[in-house]
Design a binder for this molecule. Sequence first.
Ligand SMILES: [Zn+2]
Length: 418
Amino acid sequence: MMPDHPSSYENYKIKQNIERLEHKKSFNGATCLVTLYMPHGTSIPDVTQQLVDERGTAANIKSKQTGKAVIAALSSILNRLKQIKELPKNGLVIFCGMTQSGKVEYYPITPTEPITRKMYICDSRFHTEHLREQLEEKEQFGLMVLDRETASYALLRGNHLTFLRNLSSFVPGKHGKGGQSQRRIQRGTEILAQEHLKRAGEVANELFLNVPDLKGIVIGGPSLAKDNFVKGNFLDYRLQSKVIGTIDTGYTGEEGIRELMEKSTELLKDVRYLEEKKLVQKFLQELGKDSGLVTYGQKQVMKAMDLGAVDTLLISEEMDVIQVKIVCSNCGHKMQENVKAKDFVAFEDELYKRACPECGVQKLTIAETKDFVEELGKKAQETGTNIEIISIDTEEGMILFKSFGGLVAILRYPIRDM
Ligand SMILES: [Zn+2]
């Protein structure tokens, strides 16, 4: 069964594709790159008609070169549309046009969430904003700023902040006249301060417990109150375990929340690292117990995949290599190179500037790419296997890559004698 939410792998791959698309420009800087968003219910005959009309208009474009490129892009899309009977349940986004490679490139992307708006854009770049927004909306964090008498709450999705509430309690200042009454006042003040933290916790529970897929909570503030709040377990245990850390801020209220957002970038990145560490640790534990519930090495992992026995596949980011077939469009010279997926954008830029080793002309283009991890991903989808891409930024990630060849599997049931 397919999970409701896109896996970290799907997000990772779609993010990669978006980055690649964002680096593409039209071959001559003019508007000839087509972006087409089609929600699930879109009528293919209607879109076809619209594109045929657009193609007719393109014949009037002043620059012959640009007009031809627009016509080529639209024709390419029209040809593909003929083969589509029904759109995927989340709709389909098509990017097509003559890029800096000098070729008409075609990229269909199936979004991870349903798209709702139908759009046709012809520009000098591809429009990926809506896909990017979808991705960023996945990860939600709770932000909370508090001091002795106030507390403010917000949700953070991508770079988008939503303020939820400001709370203020009256706690008198610490200064008194001295003597016995001062001690009494101090004691009273402390009780009120504790009451405030308790209330701040209750409001946090009320606001954050219902947020689906809350990834973590960051707590800020200018004083010790935030540390006392975390230490004092004022949050529901389900939220308490999501506290990523505390950060000193100069302000409270909405200003404090904004400051906290800016200061927590590094902290939020650590959340994924923590997940990655846990996944590799799980593998290492099972391996240590000799439970038969893990396997590693390309051959063994593939065998387990074929049996449908893999629950989670851990792949090192360093293994995410794309095999690129390159051809020179001047002399026809062919070659092949392996490029790390994360370096692909830079590789493409460099390739167009590189001279062909055979004829010396700058006409090298990408004829075909083969993405090992993406192929694994397709196989995994058929068998309901989760894929997690693990960076080498943690010690555990390094162990996965160096000691286990960057590819291991956590199994659903033990497989012996392989
Ligand atoms: Zn050549």
